[in-house]
Design a protein around this ligand. Sequence first.
Ligand code: TGC
Ligand code: FAD
Length: 389
Amino acid sequence: MAKFQGVDYFDLDDVLEDDEILVRNTVREFVEDKVIPIIEKHNRESTFPKELIPIIGELGLIGSTLPEKYGCAGMNNVAYGLVMQELERGDSGIRSFASVQGALVMYPIYTFGTEEQREHWLPKLASGEKIGCFGLTEPDYGSNPSGMKTRAEKKGDRYILNGAKMWITNGTIADVAVVWAKLDGEIRGFLVEKGTKGFSAPEMKGKHSLRASVTSELVLEDCEIPEENLLPESGGLKSPLMCLNQARYGIAWGVLGAAMACYHTALDYSQTRIQFDKPIGSFQLIQEKLTHMVTEITKGQLLCWKLGRMKDAGTLKHTQVSMAKRNNCYHALEIARMSREILGANGILDEYPVMRHAANLESVKTYEGTHEIHTLIIGQDVTGIAAFT
Ligand code: TGC
Ligand code: FAD
């Protein structure tokens, strides 16, 4: 197959800074050289390629927008978005690893933590020496986290945590979990370290999606943590939702990478696969699909580029992040399915990446707020009427 050269139908490179392009191209090379050659094996065996973590850290791809004084790259948000795009061209599981660690673990420590917590955790998380996870979802509370049952109780200079989290990315391999629990009725963030008595993180098995990613339960049974493990500035559901904005932003960019991989594969295949004595790319029905794919990728890129500039300017609204996450996930999955169709039977083989991306995107469309929840977030914004209940 021809080497991937990016998808840039609207000459978006013209509006990117040189250092943004440099970051993107560096990550593209990393994915080409280190991720793509091994990812199908990991997907087949349902294992996460942990051996890539130090390289991902070394390249500055974890917590990339946080300040350099904590060992982070201090990138702007467009460069960070391009990182997510390129990582997810490899696999949604690789992007998930980096986005959970950066947006859902380092961001809350940076935003709601003490200076001691920042200095202790951020450099090690940035380098990949330590791994983190984010526990919000519970077995009975997914879209509606405000109802969570997990509780924290103050006892002397300790907090006692009880409850269960589910579907937690990186959980089993994490050194530290950011756990959201109700303390005197208010949602607060706590740092729970691996090995703490009363805390376990069994891996969830049997996934048909995000197979090259670790997904876990978190079990807290009279789990005692020191009082300094509270994130003191966290308070209310707004705190985890602020973290979700960071991760949803990365997903909006990331899924474009998965979509690009599928489009690139389908375009290449359409030019070489002969049926009725012609390349299938010469048929109007195939061209219609390819046109739709490249159009939706281009629209998604423009949305993300503008989103990133607004994020850097500090003018971004969380409802705009919802729009990009919702739109780009929807179309990325549609593009993956169309690519599968263009490849015919070959589309189901793991010789091609499209079925893996399609399966992954089913999760990505669901996590970080389902398509329906983002519909309601935007619906509420434009009408002023909440329709969640
Ligand atoms: P609601 O009353 O609307 O909001 C409570 C307070 O929060 C404010 N707010 C936000 N603030 C910042 N960012 C946002 N995105 C915000 N959304 C709301 C809101 O203004 C309010 O503030 P205040 O000052 O008035 O208190 O809360 P609600 O209980 O009605 O819930 C709203 C809803 C349904 C939109 C929210 O619960 C939601 O987004 N649900 C979806 C849950 C979700 O996305 N879970 C994701 C879990 S993590 C994950 O999936 C990781 S995947 C990782 C990977 O592998 O990449
Ligand atoms: P539910 O909330 O039970 O929803 C089921 C269906 O009902 C959906 O179609 C939903 O859109 C619909 N629905 C719900 N409420 C409404 C409504 N008011 N109106 C209309 N439709 C509605 N969570 C974490 O905390 N940390 C993680 O690291 C993490 N990683 C994940 C990794 C993977 C692979 C997956 C699949 C999930 C992960 N999640 C994580 C959980 C994820 O955020 C939740 O799955 C998601 O928020 C949806 O919750 P749910 O699965 O319980 O679905």
